[in-house]
Ligand binder design. Sequence first.
Ligand code: GLY
Length: 400
Amino acid sequence: MKLKSLLLIVLAVILYQHGIAQNTFNPQKALLTTIQKNLADADAQYKRMAGLLAPDQFPKAFHPKEGKMETSNSSWWCSGFYPGTLLKLYEQTHDKALLTEANRKLAVLAKEQYNTHTHDLGFMMYCSFGNANRLNPKSEYKQILLNSAKSLSTRFSPITGSIRSWDSKPTDFLVIIDNMMNLELLFWANKETGDPNYYKIAVTHANNTIKNHYRPDYSSYHVVNYDPKTGAVKEKKTAQGYSNESAWARGQVWGLYGFTVMYRQTQDKRYLNQANNIAKFILKHPHLPQDKIPYWDFNAPNIPRALRDASSGAIMASALLELCRYTSKTDGQFYFNTAQTILQSLSSPRYKSAPGTNGGFLLQHSVGNFPAGTEIDVPLTYADYYFVEAMTRYKAFATK
Ligand code: GLY
């Protein structure tokens, strides 16, 4: 009997040390109630947004002062978020009007499956058709996703060991940290077809991202420029951040989310360690505000008066609500509590749009591209998408 107890204790210690102790998290009743209200409000907001859009247009941002909706066609990197959010909301509210609108936009978006000029096919096609296929699997959706994965794979170079992010002059090969978010589509294609090439591309890209995008403190550069002929790194710099050496907030959270997905897909501890280290960089950063909604760049010069980026907060909350399941009890609780604080902050009037305002967007105050002077302090589709995802992930803890 004594031996049995001893063995159980040893097993528990081993499990704990390997970060696979069963974590149990207790969602707060009050926040669950707030989330139900947020989702009901979101249903009404997105129906309002649908009424403001031309049939072939996708929402990009809303400019409250001018009362003007900014839209794009289907080739913009964000075109998948609107149908994706509609589908995630439909899953929660069962409101058929949302599904009808999602289907209308999916029909417009489908042609992007053949777009080989962007690395953003993961965002565009997996957040949209990936959700459509998850909710209602269909061969038509699968084919679109497979063609999208094929198109994305054409951008991989075995010399740089990376997927090309942005088209550029032939002597450059630009890879941005955001690209980590497009790999999930490749894992899906690997499982669907059994073709190991998709898996290899995703893993090779992720390994080179660890090697070349990350600094010793686990903050990341936004852009790495490789020599396409030799694979050597030519420069490390920013495009959307404050400076080449700064930590652009969204880049940090794309990495956090991306490496959490890498661990889910491969069970390789290297990716779990990377995600944990990125989380520590973000959560222990002296410039992370108390409400846990990051400034648009952790090194923005005018902190604490710098603009916040609600999209980074939403992406971080969603990532942490997955990562907390994989890690040690102490870290997991820290991540869960932080995600909870973010959801509380985003649900407050400071960030959540009042019903009937903001062109139907759910969240205010995101920053798209500060250096370019575009989408500054506006609602953005990806802030909404990951806010809805984070809320549904939080809700899922209540049903465990
Ligand atoms: N480049 C994608 C983003 O703004 O996060």
